[in-house]
Write a protein that binds this ligand. Structure first.
Ligand code: AHR
Length: 504
């Protein structure tokens, strides 16, 4: 039987704004060095930024860019990353057992965003691992104070006359995780986050602050951590963070394809925890979510590799976490985007982790080309067509059995209406590995009259990937036979496919 749902603009979830299409640049492996920044590359501009990579990032449609970590930020000394490059110190990066040269720093990050264009917004993470309130205030002053104080004048002397105007700040990173430098208990972190937030607001009441939530839903402290942190910071912060990574384990592809079930539950559980604290405080304020790290990541492989690394070796910009994504990974990534859109009422910020080389939609070779991974396509299409009013989609779909999540609908879908043109885009994943899925969508009260396009990402080989040798092996293709007649959209979704159906 077909999978079905109804679309009606009277029933919406919320607004999908640009910040849902953020990404993450960490000083990790080759994300920055030889990813974004490679002064010797033939395509480098005067600032050492790779123009081929800049063009791909623009095409990807990335908006907010979180920086500089990640685990890296918990040992970060912002002062090392400013001023004349030749005087910047080399430091040990404990998080990734690397040597950080600081050739790319704060000023370079802001210049990189400027080159990307006005849609690129900074999201600066603070070190609350080894540092605290004083250093956060100093960085805020260096970055945002116009002039006339020691720190703002230092920025000006370093060549940046205009303040950076960084509005969005993360109060640390994954401090619930024992792997984090400066790991804390929920109570310790809550106190530090509250003190830092209060002080930063004294300097500038308009800052937007993200408190650290759990580094995954499977953390033993999940929900209790959020409750403890928010009980102390509720009135001082705007968002709480979520991080989630998914991978296929033990050949269980059916469960992997249903990863968004976990992501949606994570979002719903976090919302419930936030609102529980809001209720306890009798507050009208609603905390929103910053899903500031999400992706497919073959983390178990990375852990195996790290376990065999030479402990005496502190390489510069090593090849770390350079996952090469398959068609299956791209379908899952599309489904994770659907999960975010389906919760656009509470997810205010989302950052794909990461942007270049490190678990990224873009790969590069030092001195060589840059190319799009399979996962590039669902992200770029959703950023392009997925902004506007998210319509409430209640799916009636055949199901399949998964080991991890029980019976799961074969169809995962959402739809977004552009309020200006009235155009509607349906984003849909068929989780079946072997059968096509007929889809019927009843349209009520929408202005659309025709199918403007149906693009699919699917392949006879679900393991197909884009590589240096074959960078365009996997690209989306147009699907014929999709119709809109008598108020019903009919389509066939190929097995294991990501679909974008545009109605105009
Ligand atoms: O994105 C890679 C790492 O994943 C980040 O540094 C950390 O925050 C998370 O555990």
């Amino acid at each position: 039987r077909p999978a079905r749902f109804t679309l009606d603009p009277a029933f919406t979830v919320g607004e999908a704004g640009p910040r849902l299409f953020g990404a993450f640049v960490e000083h990790l492996g080759r994300c920055v060095y030889t990813g974004i920044h490679e002064p010797d590359h033939p395509a480098a501009d005067e600032a050492g930024l790779r123009t081929d990579v800049l063009a791909l990032i623009r095409e990807l449609g990335v908006t907010t860019i979180r920086y500089p970590g990640g685990n890296f930020v918990s040992g970060y000394k912002w002062e090392d990353s400013v001023g004349p490059v030749e005087r910047r110190p080399r430091r040990l990066d404990l998080a990734w057992r690397s040597t950080e040269t600081n050739r790319f720093g704060l000023s370079e990050y802001l210049a990189f965003l400027k080159k990307l264009g006005p849609q690129a917004e900074p999201m600066m993470a603070l070190n609350l691992g080894t540092r605290g309130v004083a250093e956060a205030l100093e960085l805020q002053e260096y970055a945002n104070h116009p002039a006339g104080t020691e720190l703002s004048e230092r920025r000006i002397a370093h060549g940046d006359k205009d303040p950076y105007g960084i509005r969005l700040w993360c109060l640390g990173n994954e401090l619930d995780g024992p792997w984090q430098t400066g790991h804390k208990t929920a109570g310790e972190y809550a106190r530090l986050a509250a003190e830092t937030a209060r002080a930063m607001r004294q300097a500038d009441p308009s800052v937007e602050l993200v408190a650290c939530g759990s580094s995954s839903r499977s953390m033993p402290t999940f929900a209790e951590w959020e409750a403890t942190v928010l009980a102390e910071t509720y009135d001082l912060v705007d968002h709480i963070s979520l991080h989630a990574y998914y991978e296929e384990l033990d050949g269980d592809r059916d469960s992997f394809l249903a990863s968004a079930v976990d992501m949606e539950s994570f979002i719903e559980d976090t919302v419930a925890t936030c609102d529980h604290i809001g209720a306890r405080l009798k507050s009208k304020k609603r905390i929103t979510l910053s899903f500031d790290e999400w992706n497919v990541w073959y983390m178990s492989r990375a852990q195996r590799e790290a376990a065999t690394a030479d402990p005496a070796d502190w390489p510069e910009a090593p090849r770390l976490l350079e996952d090469n994504y398959s068609v299956t990974d791209a379908v899952v990534l599309g489904s994770l985007l659907i999960a975010l859109l389906r919760h656009a009422d509470r997810v205010a910020v989302a950052c794909l982790a990461q942007l270049v080389n490190v678990i990224a939609p873009i790969l590069t070779e030092p001195g060589g080309p840059a190319w799009r991974q399979t996962t590039f396509h669902p992200f770029a299409q959703t950023s392009r067509y997925g902004r506007g009013q998210v319509l409430d989609v209640r799916v009636d779909s055949p199901t399949y059995a998964t080991a991890k999540y029980g019976e799961v609908p074969l169809l995962h879908a959402t739809a977004v209406r552009d309020p200006e043109s009235g155009a509607v885009t349906v984003f849909a994943v068929n989780r079946s590995q072997d059968a096509a899925l007929p889809l019927e969508v009843a349209l009520h009260g929408l202005e659309v009259t025709q199918v403007a396009g149906h693009s699919a990402l699917a392949d006879a080989d679900p393991e197909a990937r884009n590589t240096l040798a074959a960078p365009e092996r996997v690209v989306p293709h147009e699907v014929s036979g999709t119709t809109l007649q008598g108020g019903t959209l009919r389509a066939t979704l190929e097995p294991l496919s990501w679909n974008v159906i545009r109605l105009a």
